[in-house]
Design a protein around this ligand. Structure first.
Ligand code: ADP
Ligand code: MG
Length: 249
């Protein structure tokens, strides 16, 4: 086991390359995230953001370079993927709740069936998580009875039920109606406020400005530039960043 201490980067990518067939999608990505930091990854569609996020919890194997989470090499055949995914929660644009399970049951499933934890403890924690994501009263609702924003908050609670150290969010509001986007952002804001380390891919620039310690602008598999929200959103140096921001701001 790697020994990691919280004064070292919690996540460290070094010169990560990833190809799908002949197409190189990540062309040497490097960055570090310290515990408690929120970093945002922005950039045009197809620039490799989702691939990058998926590499961090070993959903996608990389071709070269290194990714460590709490000092542990992710790109290692001997890696315990279950242990990694306990530490790293991930929420996608598609929330993929189990349609025939209630909100509460969705949240309880992995701790009971994957981690084999005690049912009554898991249920108590799931009820607390329902409150945390402001869905009190919806414990017994099925996904089909919830709005997109409510379902996405169940999905966030489901991830939190594994007690992750790091949360990955991949455009979690992109498929939502404008009126429910806000309630999901409130949940993420609260998590960040509690010190959860977060890597967010987002098109919500106002949100990135407010929450991010650091923003990375990616295009065509490279980090074009990075810096504070002010540096990237107000004073971009690169033409590609300027062109992108003109479209989304
Ligand atoms: P983004 O999230 O920034 O839109 P993606 O990481 O989804 O970008 O995709 C980057 C590129 O990689 C795209 O050209 C996409 O078609 C390609 N890609 C992503 N996943 C796969 C896959 N599993 N197989 C083949 N190509 C893929
Ligand atoms: Mg994507």
């Amino acid at each position: 086991m790697a020994t990691w201490t919280p004064d070292e980067p919690m996540v460290r990518l070094h010169d990560v390359h990833k190809s799908f067939g002949q197409i190189e999608v990540l062309k040497g990505i490097s960055f570090e995230v310290m515990k408690g930091e929120v970093i945002c990854i922005i950039g045009p569609s197809g620039s490799g953001k989702s691939t990058l996020i998926r590499c961090i919890n070993a959903l996608v194997p990389i071709n070269s370079g290194s990714i460590t989470v709490e000092g542990q090499e992710v790109n290692d055949a001997a890696l315990d993927k279950l242990a990694l995914r306990r530490k790293v929660g991930m929420v996608f644009q598609q929330y993929n709740l189990f349609p025939h399970k209630t909100a509460l049951q969705n949240i309880m499933m992995a701790p009971i069936h994957v981690l084999k934890q005690d049912r009554s403890e898991v249920e108590a924690r799931a009820r607390a998580l329902i409150k945390k994501v402001r869905l009190e009263g919806k414990e017994d609702a099925y996904p089909g009875e919830l709005s997109g924003g409510q379902q996405q908050r169940v999905a966030i609670a489901r991830s939190l039920a594994m007690r992750p150290d790091l949360m990955l969010f991949d455009e979690v509001t992109a498929a939502l109606d404008p009126e429910t986007v806000k309630e999901v952002l409130v949940t993420i804001r609260e998590l960040a406020g509690e010190g959860m380390t977060c890597i967010l891919v987002t098109h919500e620039m106002g949100f990135a400005r407010e929450l991010a310690n650091h923003i990375y602008f990616t295009d065509q598999g490279v980090i074009v530039e990075h810096g504070s929200p002010q540096e990237i959103l107000d004073h971009p140096r690169e033409a590609r960043t300027k062109a992108f921001l003109e479209q989304v701001l």
